[in-house]
Design a protein around this ligand. Structure first.
Ligand code: FAD
Ligand code: MLT
Ligand code: ZN
Length: 518
């Protein structure tokens, strides 16, 4: 029998730290970031030492003298593409300690990068220069859980998987799930407004988050940790911090609505003869599965093959996928096992009928292990790409009908530039959250080079704009996409965002050079 608990164990440890040493992104040398911000000094360190435990301070400065390589996992991002030069990482244990750090940095004009699990994919979680890194990893306690309302209140530094594990005995789940669950923090999830694999079912964090505790850029603690489902008293300030990527304050506590654990969960992977079958199939699945449909994920042939090749999961045999152009993973989660299984088997009978011409072959999970293995194919794609080369990642919202065209046009463009070969670009793959209209276009290169970057941008952004899409569906803007924001937001919106930033953070200390175009 397939249980929801099994589902949550999928890839629990996915995405452990993966640093790349072969490429040193040269932006520090080439970027002309001007700033009024100051570096951390030994005097600042002495001040931090007056209220932080020695184990909460990592600094290459005296008297800490931490070896520089111990700071590397904080300075380098998950892709090994962005590398900061911070001398100091602080790991406060309480909200009050966070407040004291931020207050001091504001007075001394020291830039701060709030950091969760450092699994972000847009260079937002590491310093641009030598900003202080404020790691939330020691703020990692569950504060309360109410099994009647389903409201969980937790510190921002709780790892997503640990919250899922905490809720399991209470028969609840987190409303969010993603491949980085073994490392990312709930505070990072909120700060990036992460989407992930359950958005189709449970909606975005703008709905699931009921309240936040935030340390403002002057050190003031804003307590909006509401335990209420309904609260219409004035402006909903918490929404501004959801997806702010650390530019407006440090999230220290989260109140979030946890759904009841579904009694029965199933997964099936289907191979499709061509992309033309995906939309007809999606329509049937949505109609026939109704309320029990919890995921509809898309993988093109290249991303599926890459994942299986790198051992991320096992699905169909070689013969079964012969001629298949793409794959979908369908998950159902419901309250009645017999009812759900009957629905799913009726669906499979219908869509796998050779006369329907929709599906070439498929595999339905027969055990918790197989369920995990099917999910591992989809969730393991980012890691498989990382093992194959250096990824240029584009996470976009476009009409689902354009997913294949988007990938093909990019491929054709790179071919016309003479870049599609083993020594430059090894592959162009597309996968993602079909049910949410969110595709991940990944260009797998032998190395990060200015030539490839110039071929890709602004080409990809212009293509997205031509579909009236968004240049960031779920990963955020970070450092990587600040100049691309204008493709998805008009000048009026950007100016208003800048005013909000100025109001909250007049000295510009919070995650400088991130999100907003300079
Ligand atoms: P970090 O990477 O540490 O930080 C991300 C940003 O949030 C930074 O700008 C940082 O300054 C800010 N921040 C972090 N914590 C705080 C805080 N407490 N207060 C204020 N600001 C803060 N993303 C998705 O949306 N959907 C996916 O399906 C998905 N899958 C992924 C799979 C893999 C294998 C990997 C490596 C990444 C994936 N991501 C996905 C991207 C990433 O995991 C998410 O963006 C995640 O929410 C980041 O959480 P984190 O704790 O690692 O944050
Ligand atoms: C995913 O859906 O797998 C993630 O957003 C990560 C990625 O695209 O690399
Ligand atoms: Zn995603």
């Amino acid at each position: 029998m397939l249980s929801a608990v099994a589902r949550q164990r999928v890839l629990a440890r996915a995405s452990a730290w993966k640093a790349s040493s072969s490429f040193l992104h040269q932006r520090w040398a080439s970027t002309t970031v001007s700033s009024n911000l100051n570096s951390v000094t030994e005097e600042d360190l002495a001040h931090f030492s007056s209220f932080l435990a020695p184990s909460s301070i990592l600094s290459t400065l005296s008297p800490s003298n931490t070896p520089a390589d111990e700071l590397t996992p904080f300075n380098d991002d998950w892709m090994g593409k962005y590398k900061g030069r911070s001398t100091t990482v602080l790991k406060p244990r309480t909200t009050e300690e966070v407040s004291k750090i931020v207050k001091h940095c504001n007075e001394k004009r020291i830039g701060i990068v709030p950091q969760g699990g450092n699994t972000g994919l847009v260079g937002g979680s590491v310093p641009v220069r030598d900003e202080l890194i404020l790691s939330l990893s020691n703020l990692n306690k569950v504060r309360s859980f109410d099994s009647v309302s389903g409201i969980l209140v937790a510190d921002a530094g709780c790892i997503l998987q640990s919250l899922t594990d905490y809720l399991a005995p209470h028969s609840h789940i987190m409303p969010i799930d993603l491949g980085a669950k073994g490392s990312c923090h709930i505070g990072g999830n909120v700060s990036t407004n992460a989407g992930g694999l359950r958005l189709m079912r449970y909606g975005s964090l703008h709905g699931a988050v009921l309240g936040l505790e935030v340390v403002m850029p002057d050190g003031t603690i804003l307590n909006q940790l509401s335990g209420l489902r309904k609260d219409n008293t004035g402006y909903d300030l918490k929404q501004l911090f959801i997806g702010a990527e650390g530019t407006l304050g440090v999230v220290t506590g989260i109140s979030i609505l946890a759904p009841v654990m579904p009694a029965a969960t199933n997964a099936v992977v289907l191979a499709l003869p061509s992309f033309d079958q995906v939309i007809p199939l999606f329509k049937i699945v949505k109609r026939d599965m109704g309320e029990i449909l919890s995921a509809f994920e898309y993988m093109d042939r290249e991303s599926y093959t890459l994942s299986v090749k790198h051992g991320q999961g096992k699905g169909l045999s070689e013969e079964e996928i012969e001629g298949a152009q793409c794959f979908v993973l369908i998950e159902t989660s419901g309250g009645n096992k017999e009812h759900d299984e009957e629905k799913l088997s009726n669906l499979l009978e219908k869509v796998m009928d050779p006369d329907a011409g929709l599906v070439t072959s498929g595999v339905l999970a027969q055990s918790p292990a197989q369920f995990e293995s099917l999910w591992a194919i989809r969730e393991g794609i980012p890691e498989a790409i990382g093992k194959s080369g250096k990824a240029y990642k584009y996470d976009v919202s476009i009409p689902a009908s354009k997913f294949k065209e988007f990938v093909d046009k990019t491929k054709d463009h790179l071919l016309s530039k003479g870049l599609l070969h083993e020594n430059a670009i090894k592959g162009v793959v597309g996968y993602g959250h079909f049910g949410d209209g969110n595709i991940h276009l990944n260009i797998v290169a032998a190395a990060y080079t200015p030539e490839i970057a110039a071929a890709l941008e602004p080409f990809v952004f212009e293509l997205v704009a031509s579909y009236n899409g968004s240049v960031s569906a779920e990963h955020g803007i970070g450092y990587a996409k600040t100049s691309a924001m204008r493709y998805s937001k008009d000048q009026t919106s950007i100016e208003l965002m800048k005013k909000i930033k100025k109001l909250f953070d007049p000295n510009g200390i919070m995650n400088p050079w991130k999100v907003l175009p300079q």
